[in-house]
Design a protein. Structure first.
Length: 52
């Protein structure tokens, strides 16, 4: 399960693979842009059903 926000007590149940990339509401740094790019492809594959 992909998430852009993380907080104690929130998120997928135990046993569900969790991928997290923190994204602020404001402008992104170079590192955050790179993280978003790395996050995009696996997330898109999940959304279109290419990965379980």
């Amino acid at each position: 399960m992909p998430s852009l926000y993380q907080r104690e007590g929130h998120g997928p149940p135990p046993g569900v693979e969790h991928h997290f990339a923190e994204m602020p509401d404001g402008p992104l740094s170079e590192a955050q842009i790179a993280g978003a790019e790395r996050f995009a492809v696996p997330t898109a594959r999940l959304l279109v059903g290419l990965d379980p």
